[in-house]
Write a protein that binds this ligand. Structure first.
Ligand SMILES: Cc1cc2nc3c(=O)[nH]c(=O)nc-3n(C[C@H](O)[C@H](O)[C@H](O)COP(=O)(O)O)c2cc1C
Length: 211
């Protein structure tokens, strides 16, 4: 029996009680084996991050996910604090800093702006991939493979429960496939976003049995 990948979700939402989308996504993956959901605002309401604990957590996982709403073209503040403190020289990068080498990194974000807004002609001008470059390069510097991000856009227009349920199901599929390594890696690496076409990116049950 092949050991499943251990997936760590570093979750950051400063007002979970007001969240619609991220709350749904987190609830959808609750209790999955080999998936650790680590809610940073819940654990560190005063931002006093326990660096040793966080580094150990990283060591115990193969796939690191930053899940958060997109705030000012970046993450909520605690995730920046977490990066500044936890990704230390000699641990994550620099001489002897190989702790994260070979792991995979995924950004899972929700944006108020819709897909059209994130184009040269749209009012955010830059694409999501461009705006996520600091995360991509952080992952690269730490020796991790940066995967195309899982992105849900136009959150204000997600009106009904069906829309939310569809995204939540996609997220569950994505996280489960990362855990079980049922990913068509070459397809994924060519995709603009992880959830651009999940049916191509995730192996069907039959194909994964064939190996
Ligand atoms: C402080 C703040 C900053 C935001 N910045 C952006 C932004 O830069 N781009 C964007 O598309 N949406 C932005 N939004 C909208 C959020 O991304 C959106 O409300 C969120 O993804 C919805 O997820 P939730 O229901 O889990 O809160 C911002 C919202 C807040 C409160």
């Amino acid at each position: 029996m092949v050991r499943p990948n251990q997936v760590l979700i570093l979750f950051a939402h400063p007002a979970l009680e007001k969240s619609r989308v991220n709350r749904h996504l987190i609830e959808g993956i609750h209790g999955l084996d080999s998936v650790t959901v680590h809610d940073l605002y819940e654990v560190y309401p005063s931002f006093h991050i326990n660096v040793g604990f966080e580094q150990n957590l990283l060591l115990q996982h193969d796939i690191i996910v930053f899940q958060h709403p997109f705030y000012w073209y970046s993450s909520p503040a605690i995730l920046k604090e977490w990066q500044d403190l936890v990704l230390q020289h000699g641990f994550a990068y620099g001489q002897g800093g190989t702790a994260l080498h070979g792991k995979k990194f995924l950004s899972a974000i929700t944006t108020g702006g819709d897909a059209h807004a994130y184009h040269r002609e749209g009012h955010n001008y830059f694409t999501i991939r461009e705006l996520l470059v600091p995360f991509e390069q952080t992952a690269r510097l730490c020796g991790m493979e940066y995967l195309p991000p899982f992105v849900i856009q136009g959150t204000h227009q997600l009106r009904d429960k069906q829309d939310l349920a569809r995204h939540s199901k996609d997220y569950l599929r994505a996280i489960t496939a990362l855990r079980d390594d049922t990913i068509e890696w070459e397809h994924l690496r060519r995709s603009p976003h992880f959830n651009h076409n999940l049916d191509q990116v995730i192996k069907t049950q039959e194909a994964s049995h064939r190996g």
